[in-house]
Write a protein that binds this ligand. Structure first.
Ligand code: DWN
Ligand code: ZN
Length: 439
């Protein structure tokens, strides 16, 4: 494993953030890269970008897959360009979650729902009209301000024990705590879990959504590796973390968002004597996939190296035929994919993205310009590299006309392929390569 020193912006973490073990083995090394959401202003283009190591290791004690380096959270999260509301399907997903959680756990008396990493308040907004008062905790200044302007009460801070204490003293304990796509971003997981335990009512519930390591490995979703994502979770390390704070998993659901996630319902260990059968099912599925075996991660590495060699080749072949290619979406994960595969302005024309805060900026590393979706229509590219592959169904549905007029999408993972519309409006693979399959 490459030795590297800590700096004020980036620290090397020597112990597992769940169990404290020193026994960790390398999984993959993506080299030094810029933070995935560090989009550049035109004036920044003249300057070199800060780059930090991106190395994944696996704890041999508890199984937590995690980054070896921790970039200062203020650098990553004090200004943020990702708005949950910019992706329509996610807004629907969060609204449904909020409503079903209020029905199931909201109770009949007035109570409080707190969301950690509440972003622009997309989830909390859906609790309007319920008997739950809401509070968002969001470290990004620009996003917290936006949420407050929208009428969603949001405190601009990182979550921890001190914030939990302040919430309790000012607003009382929480009946529901939500943390969607935020656990992976937290370095001090024990501080966060302890703070939730302190904050919850005795019968309260903590609802966690987190990308599932099992799907990342199975579908070669290596692009979800970037500095913001410090942990890649399977069930056992989460259970171990919760146990240390007197909590346990009551129920778990496998959900399709972000390439395959877990929705975990957590209660005080004193309450949840009954654990839903699905918890054991997910655990045994993880063993079937081999998340406890080094060989599984070696195959994952070979698969991602396969993408790194075949995707640029495919783009170069199309470019040599004079084809115009753009990147569809400018998600954070797209920047890992582009930078790891060496795809920049020589291989793509530009990226398009629905997020106003990203438009007019340039992607970190690749320096591809982010344009609004209207640019897609006017440029009429021959191919669109589906960087936001987690929204494939919605995007293909929306871009039917583009496809009908001969435009084609390229799906980058688990191995690059051009998606061709088949009969009966089904999309079929026409240009698949067997390289890069994980299993
Ligand atoms: O954990 C994280 C996840 C939840 O969200 C973060 N650390 C950051 C972020 O990751 P991401 O940027 O990879 O997330 P998304 O949701 O895959 O981003 C999709 C991007 O694509 C957004 O910038 C919006 C854009 N988009 C688009 O241009 N056209 C999305 C859709 C659905 C579209 O049709
Ligand atoms: Zn561990």
């Amino acid at each position: 494993m490459a030795a590297s020193r800590s700096t004020s912006a980036c620290k090397v973490r020597r112990t597992c953030r769940v169990c404290g073990s020193l026994r960790r083995e390398p999984v993959v090394n993506l080299g030094r890269s810029p933070p995935a959401n560090a989009f550049l202003k035109p004036a920044d283009l003249a300057r070199p970008e800060p780059r930090y190591p991106l190395e994944v290791v696996r704890c041999l004690e508890c199984g937590l897959v995690q980054l070896r380096h921790v970039v200062d959270r203020s650098l990553l999260f004090r200004h943020y360009v990702y708005f949950s509301s910019a992706s329509g399907p996610m807004a629907d997903h969060f609204a449904q979650l909020a409503r079903s959680a209020a029905d199931e756990y909201g109770g009949s008396r007035p109570g409080l729902a707190v969301e950690i990493g509440s972003n622009d308040g997309t989830l909390l907004r859906a609790l309007r009209g319920s008997n739950l008062d809401v509070l968002g905790i969001e470290p990004a200044r620009n996003i917290a301000r936006y949420a407050n302007d929208q009428g969603i009460r949001t405190w601009n801070t990182f979550f921890g024990r001190e914030v939990a204490r302040r919430i309790r003293s000012r607003m009382g304990p929480a009946r529901i705590v939500f943390s969607n796509n935020v656990l992976a971003h937290i370095d001090d997981l024990h501080e966060a879990a302890g703070a939730v335990a302190d904050l919850l009512e005795p019968e309260g519930v903590w609802i966690i959504e987190v990308p599932h390591l099992a799907q990342m490995i199975e579908r070669v979703e290596f692009d979800t590796i970037y500095h913001e994502h410090l942990s890649y979770f399977s069930l056992p390390p989460i259970e171990r973390l919760l146990k240390a704070h007197g909590m346990s998993v009551e129920q778990v659901e496998e959900i399709p968002v972000h390439g395959g996630s877990l929705r975990i319902f957590v209660r005080s260990a004193a309450l949840s004597s009954r654990q839903a059968p699905n918890v054991a099912k997910v655990r045994s599925e993880e063993r079937r996939i081999g998340l406890h075996r080094a060989s599984t991660f070696r195959r994952f590495r070979v698969a991602m190296e396969g993408v790194r060699s075949s995707l640029p080749r495919l783009l170069d072949r199309l470019r040599s035929k004079g084809k115009k290619i753009v990147g569809y979406g400018a998600p954070a994960k797209g920047n890992t994919l582009l930078n790891y595969c060496g795809i920049d302005r020589r291989r793509l024309d530009f990226l398009l993205d629905t997020t106003p805060a990203k438009q007019g900026l340039f992607a970190p590393g690749s320096r591809l310009e982010v344009r609004p979706p209207a640019a897609f229509r006017s440029a009429r590219p021959d191919y669109a590299l589906l960087l936001a592959w987690n929204f494939e169904t919605e995007i293909l549905e929306r871009e039917r006309d583009y496809v009908a007029q001969g435009g084609r999408f390229i799906r980058p993972i688990p191995f690059p392929e051009v998606i061709e519309p088949g009969p009966a409006a089904r999309f079929e693979v026409v240009e698949a390569s067997s390289r890069g399959r994980a299993r």
